[in-house]
Ligand binder design. Structure first.
Ligand SMILES: [Zn+2]
Ligand SMILES: [Zn+2]
Length: 316
């Protein structure tokens, strides 16, 4: 399974502001000032070295993650990251070739659907798009987003063939050799996590959820869902203190992610759905805190923790 992250922010797209861009440029200038940048090759080399040392550039697009496995293209959520995914998909296929995309929706808050009107493969008649959702009226929700008062092209005028597959809550479906399950999460209007199993590999996408009680009895239904995942994508929007202050906002913390992931025997935890107010440095310090929390509280755990960022690819 190959996982690619196209949008990792929560709530609203949040590109870096002028202050953050200046700060990045100043750091680069400082780093480059003692290097040889006399020709293009050297400049590219210095830039690569700089990016390898600096905290990752997280990116400002909202939730969209691609999974390739078993010859299938599976997409989780349609946040603004979906625009770049669409361009990538068009570039890799011959102009008239048929393509099929399977899209699983956590829920329909803006940051999870806004990219779809800009998903170019949806405008091509030879393409087939299958939507999977446990929310009962997904088609009408997407039609509403593309009502002419909000967007100039109606859903029905996008030329691809669209199918809407209704899932029950806490159920599973089979897609070729893949077993895909969902699990209801605690979030305003409900959100759904998905797990994809192929042989002994397992991927879990679990965004937009609050875990108010992580004691083993209360968290059991989540722990069993995350059990032995090779990669768990997890809503870690808040710091620990924000999580307390923002009770019932429907989001979680890296501390809850570490607790649940260790309990479930997860191999890798990807912190996801980043708070739009937090810049890259802050997000990196949150990763450092999560790593420290795991080291102190679970010294024997082999859990890997990483910050999800646009362009990140993980093979599991
Ligand atoms: Zn969200
Ligand atoms: Zn939400």
């Amino acid at each position: 399974m190959l996982v690619r992250f196209w949008g990792v922010r929560g709530s609203i797209p949040s590109p870096p502001d002028e202050v953050q861009i200046k700060e990045q440029m100043l750091s680069l200038l400082e780093y480059a000032s003692v290097k040889d940048i006399s020709d293009t090759y050297n400049r590219e080399q210095v830039l690569q070295d700089f990016l390898a040392r600096r905290p990752v550039l997280v990116g400002g697009n909202t939730s969209c993650v691609e999974l390739r496995t078993d010859g299938k293209i599976i997409i989780f959520d349609m946040g603004t990251g979906m625009r770049n995914l669409g361009r990538f998909l068009l570039n890799e296929t011959a102009p008239d070739s048929l393509a099929e995309y399977h899209i699983f929706l956590s829920h329909t808050h803006w940051d999870h659907i806004q990219g779809f009107p800009f998903f170019l493969p949806a405008y091509l008649p030879q393409n087939r798009i299958c939507f999977y959702s446990a929310h009962p009226d997904l088609r009408s929700r997407l039609e509403l987003q593309q009502d002419p008062v909000f967007f100039p092209v109606k859903l029905e005028n996008m030329a691809s063939r669209m199918e809407f597959i209704q899932m029950e809550a806490d159920c599973h479906i089979e897609l070729g050799s893949l077993l895909i399950e969902n699990r209801e999460l605690y979030h305003p209007g409900k959100s759904f996590a998905y797990s994809v199993k192929k042989g002994n590999k397992k991927f879990v996408f679990a965004t937009d959820s609050e875990y108010k009680d992580t004691t083993s009895s209360a968290a059991g239904k989540y722990v069993s869902f995350f059990r032995d995942a090779d990669l768990l994508v997890f809503d870690a929007q808040y710091t620990f203190s924000e999580g307390i202050r923002k009770e019932d906002w429907g989001h979680s913390t890296s501390v809850a992610g570490v607790d649940l992931a260790v309990e479930a025997g997860v191999k890798r935890l990807a912190l996801f759905h980043h708070e739009p107010e937090n810049d890259d440095l802050k997000l990196n310090s949150m990763l450092t805190q999560a790593l420290r929390y795991r080291r102190i509280n679970y010294p024997d755990s082999g859990l890997e923790i990483l910050l999800s960022y646009e362009g990140l690819e993980i093979e599991i």
